[in-house]
Design a protein around this ligand. Structure first.
Ligand code: MN
Length: 366
């Protein structure tokens, strides 16, 4: 590789189609998340969710395994093969990646705790064995459901021992327990104790398709991104970030331009409505976001322009490999374009060193 070191703070694996059928306990196998024919069409079947059509609509992610099975992949083999993935990263000038799932993004929706937790653990085991154990360049984000707190804390401890370096919680908090609830404190404490950033990936914990009428495709894309503003607002304003000062939280694949608006909006309420504000944080909410909050983005000009206001360490660049809308194999050209005119030390923090520090993605000295 040549030039600047680069890390991607949001990349994806694509799970084997039979991962859960293979790995779930015998009594759960027939309820495993899987791809199956429904009315003659392949659908993603996850218990508790409406079967998702394969191909078109939504994030466009869930059709990929079926295409791969049909020999018509527009995903690279690096989506499931760690050796091929390293070849692709080297070709694109990317050193390390934070890895998120594809099918498992929907696993938070499973209503039955036994099936949900078994599905989380099966994915985390596969991710650790297949990627985390193969190279220091892969920082796996473990799937940790939070409908129940005790098993969530146990799973954080378990995946830390497996070598996974982050935990992924659903962007949409479980019904009846928003992220300002102190019931989550053991989760924040466990993540902080293990030095694991807590990630919230766009589109998790809720059905991403809410509007089917005119404008639906664009409206749904906007709506799903708003979850990041809500979640980060809850964590900052409620004092979670103040009480857990070494906890880092990352809003994944929601862009970055909105962050400046959120900081101003929160601080305005904090100062102008102070007679109603609880808790009385020692600093305005924006202080804690600048210290502990991060957003990933791929090609977001407004986010880069706002960096002097939001703080440079809030911004984490991401390739979204291997998605077709991601930057592979043109990452270097994309970076030249979106960081044109940005001083090299600032670019280096957004595209490499902040992610390196948060996720242990430091390249060995040459
Ligand atoms: Mn992503």
């Amino acid at each position: 590789m040549t030039g600047h070191l680069v890390n991607s703070a949001d990349s994806h694996v694509v799970e084997p189609l039979d991962l859960w059928v293979q790995r779930l306990p015998a009594q759960l196998k027939d309820r495993a998340p899987r791809i199956a024919e429904v009315d003659g069409e392949p659908r993603l079947l996850v218990e508790g969710m409406v079967p998702r059509r394969m191909g078109g609509g939504g994030s466009g992610e869930t059709d990929q395994p079926e295409r791969e099975r049909a020999g018509d992949s527009h995903f690279r083999a690096g989506a499931w093969d760690p050796d091929q993935r390293i070849v692709d990263l080297d070709e694109d000038g990317v050193w390390g990646e934070v890895l998120y799932p594809t099918i498992a993004l929907f696993g938070f929706m499973i209503p039955d705790p036994e099936l949900r937790w078994a599905s989380c653990r099966a994915y985390n085991d596969w991710l650790a064995e297949t990627f985390a154990a193969q190279s220091q360049r892969f920082a796996g984000a473990a799937m940790v459901a939070v409908q129940e707190i005790e098993p969530a804390v146990a799973e954080i401890q378990r995946v830390a021992a497996l070598g996974l370096r982050s935990i992924m919680l659903p962007m949409q908090a479980p019904d009846g327990r928003p992220y300002n609830s102190s019931e989550y404190d053991p989760v924040w404490a466990a993540a902080q104790a293990h030095g694991m950033p807590v990630s919230f990936h766009v589109g998790t914990g809720s059905n991403p398709v809410t509007e089917r009428g005119l404008g639906g495709a664009v409206i749904n894309y906007v709506e799903v991104g708003l979850g990041a503003q809500r979640t980060l607002g809850y964590l900052a304003a409620s004092g979670v970030l103040e009480r857990f000062p070494d906890l880092h939280v990352v809003m994944v694949e929601c862009g970055a331009g909105w962050l400046a608006w959120l900081l101003e909006r929160m601080d305005e309420a904090f100062e102008e409505h102070q007679q109603w504000v609880q808790p009385k944080l020692a600093e305005p909410p924006s202080f804690y976001v600048r210290r502990q909050g991060h957003v990933t983005f791929g090609n977001d000009a407004a986010g880069v322009i706002n960096r002097g206001f939001t703080g440079i360490e809030s911004l984490l660049w991401a390739s979204d490999y291997p998605h077709p809308e991601g930057t592979w194999p043109h990452t270097q050209d994309t970076l030249e374009r979106i960081f044109a005119g940005v001083p090299a030390p600032e670019r280096e923090r957004v595209t490499y060193s902040t992610t390196a520090r948060l996720y242990g993605l430091q390249a060995p000295a040459a």
